[in-house]
Ligand binder design. Structure first.
Ligand code: HEC
Ligand code: HEC
Ligand code: HEC
Ligand code: HEC
Length: 463
């Protein structure tokens, strides 16, 4: 052995000893340190759509982050599970949705989440807004897919690494370009393969197990499982309903959920040598009997207080809903239910006794009367030309008035009151006009035979 190689071995030994000291004499790479299977428990959500709490339009509603917190506290009291959201947490892309999203990320922090992946509704935001929101969120917002169009560099962190018991878990977030509905100029969305390929080597060397959050269709998730044996857990996605059972594909397990914050997915498994064993899955419904957590509900209150004081685009009298044709004025505008009363007193009398007449008081009682998410169906013509504006408070066009169903009546009133000849006539209405409001989580299942008799009216000899 010459001097050179002697020195080499001495240095080497030194290095090994120092490695030993630094790592507490554990074998690198990370994770292989603890022999035997290590437990992994994941809770995951997708498609929260702004439901910090459910709207309360009827009793018996499930879901809401309010209930999720209670459920997590009861089922994972030590708060040790890995908690991730796959995307679609925001309700839309209006300015008030963006304001609410700030509170949603606070709710996720309160819920002990570890990562929020970008879904289609988040990608639809302006780049600057999303960067600002990600900066303010204490839970990392991740996306390996969303890049600057020119530089092709990720705009947010592509992944995050979480210490979970003895396991180092790499959480990688992607969205399929097929799921993207719109995106800001100057941004682009990488193919699933490119987004994954970029980070897989680094994640593989730094972690014990990789969890992929894939806002993608089921067949795309399956394809990823077939292509990448290195990704043992794939959670989605852009689906129509939660998975009923765990899907095994190649070496991976797949599960997915959706449903506007009404469900949470749970996976328990053991991890050994980067492989998943004994995996179990359950899809948990957040039943209406689960109490709503006051701390999360308080975030909704804070959102409502902020929104009340904020001037929104929809407050602008010239604001037009998407779909309105610029430059073309509506043929008629809203007159208010009191105007109809003068000529249709009997119908009005019946209406006064119906719950439609109290629809705005309902919101006021709950302090939700300035939230655009609520006033749309509890006022007359909100956001439409000449319709309800938040600046009107409770002075006019409140509640579900005649024109909420029949449409704007100025031309009709001009014809009869001022004898202005015009060929305007209200179009005939039916059950289809009711379900514009009475649908989904906003109503008990709508049944014309059951509902119409309660608000029934018709021809009367108009005065
Ligand atoms: C898509 C239309 C729509 C939206 C948006 C909407 N509601 Fe409603 N709301 C309804 C309908 C329809 C009912 C009646 C449901 C029924 O009788 O089954 C209702 C009923 C209610 C009731 C129950 C009234 C009672 O005393 O029985 C409350 C409370 C309520 N809504 C609050 C809200 C809040 C808060 C929001 C915003 C988060 C909201 N609504 C958004 C349509 C809507
Ligand atoms: C100046 C009186 C007057 C006012 C105000 C008035 N109406 Fe009428 N309305 C009439 C008359 C008259 C008829 C025809 C009645 C008939 O044929 O029996 C009528 C008929 C209708 C009809 C049947 C369809 C049609 O187009 O003829 C509807 C629906 C209606 N009114 C709704 C409303 C609503 C909603 C308002 C408030 C925006 C309103 N009316 C205000 C006088 C009035
Ligand atoms: C503009 C939105 C809207 C439309 C359109 C609408 N509703 Fe409603 N409806 C509501 C709201 C909001 C409530 C709850 C009011 C409250 O109590 O605060 C409600 C409540 C009701 C209730 C009372 C439920 C109860 O038992 O207390 C009945 C019945 C009803 N609607 C029937 C109908 C029918 C029938 C139609 C169609 C002809 C219709 N609604 C169209 C918004 C709407
Ligand atoms: C919840 C929705 C709703 C509200 C609110 C409502 N209507 Fe109606 N109205 C209807 C429907 C639906 C019909 C048709 C019923 C049918 O075909 O049997 C109708 C029918 C009528 C008719 C008879 C139309 C015809 O051609 O025979 C008149 C008049 C009328 N409404 C006036 C009013 C007035 C005035 C008000 C306010 C005081 C009012 N409506 C509030 C849904 C509504």
């Amino acid at each position: 052995m010459n001097v050179k190689s002697c020195l080499f071995f001495a240095l080497c030994g030194c290095y090994l000893i120092s490695l030993c000291i630094l790592n507490g004499c554990k074998k690198p790479p990370a994770g292989s340190t603890h022999s035997g299977p290590q437990p992994l428990r994941i809770h995951f959500t997708c498609d929260t759509s702004g439901r910090i709490e459910p709207c309360g339009c009827f009793t018996g509603q499930h879901g809401g982050l309010t209930r999720l917190r209670t459920w997590l506290k009861e089922n994972d009291p030590s708060g040790q599970s890995l908690r991730v959201d796959i995307g679609g947490a925001i309700a839309g892309k209006a300015d008030y949705d963006i304001i609410q999203y700030g509170y949603i990320t606070k709710a996720y922090a309160e819920l002990g989440y570890h990562a929020l992946n970008l879904g289609a509704d988040e990608i639809a935001l302006k780049q600057a807004d999303l960067i600002r929101l990600a900066g303010a969120s204490s839970v990392p917002m991740i996306s390996a897919s969303w890049v600057n169009a020119a530089s092709r560099q990720e705009i947010l962190k592509p992944f995050t690494i979480v210490q979970h018991g003895n396991l180092k878990v790499g959480i990688l977030g992607v969205i399929s370009p097929n799921s993207v509905t719109s995106r800001d100029e100057g941004t682009d969305v990488l193919s699933l393969n490119e987004a994954i390929d970029r980070h897989l080597p680094a994640l593989r060397s730094q972690t014990d197990v990789i969890v992929l959050l894939a806002f993608a269709k089921l067949d795309e998730m399956k394809k990823i499982a077939q292509q990448y044996f290195e990704i043992p857990i794939i959670l989605g996605g852009d689906v129509s309903g939660p998975a009923q059972m765990l899907l095994r594909e190649n070496d991976s397990i797949l599960a997915w959920t959706t449903n506007e914050a009404r469900t949470v997915g749970e996976i328990t498994a053991n991890v050994e040598q980067k492989t998943i064993m004994d995996a179990q899955y359950q899809n948990q419904l957040l039943w209406d009997y689960i109490a709503q957590d006051a701390k999360i509900a308080d975030l909704m209150k804070q959102y409502r207080a902020e929104i009340r004081q904020t001037k929104l685009q929809i407050d602008d009298p010239n604001y037009r809903h998407e779909g309105a044709i610029p430059g073309v004025s509506a043929t008629a505008t809203y007159m208010g239910t009191e105007t109809c009363q003068s000529c249709h007193p009997n119908t009005h009398g019946g209406w006064t006794g119906s719950s439609h007449a109290r629809a705005f008081d309902t919101l006021k009682k709950r302090g939700t009367d300035a939230d655009p998410h609520c006033i749309a169906c509890h006022t007359v013509g909100f956001g439409k030309e000449g319709g309800y504006r938040r600046s009107m408070g409770d002075t006019q066009l409140t509640a579900v008035g005649c024109e909420s169903c029949h449409g704007p009546g100025s031309a009709h009133v001009a014809k009869h009151r001022d004898n202005k000849p015009n060929n305007f006539s209200f179009r005939p209405l039916d059950a289809g006009d009711c379900v514009s409001c009475h649908h989904g989580e906003f109503s008990r299942p709508f049944d014309w035979k059951q509902f119409w008799p309660k608000v029934e009216h018709g021809k009367e000899t108009a005065r």
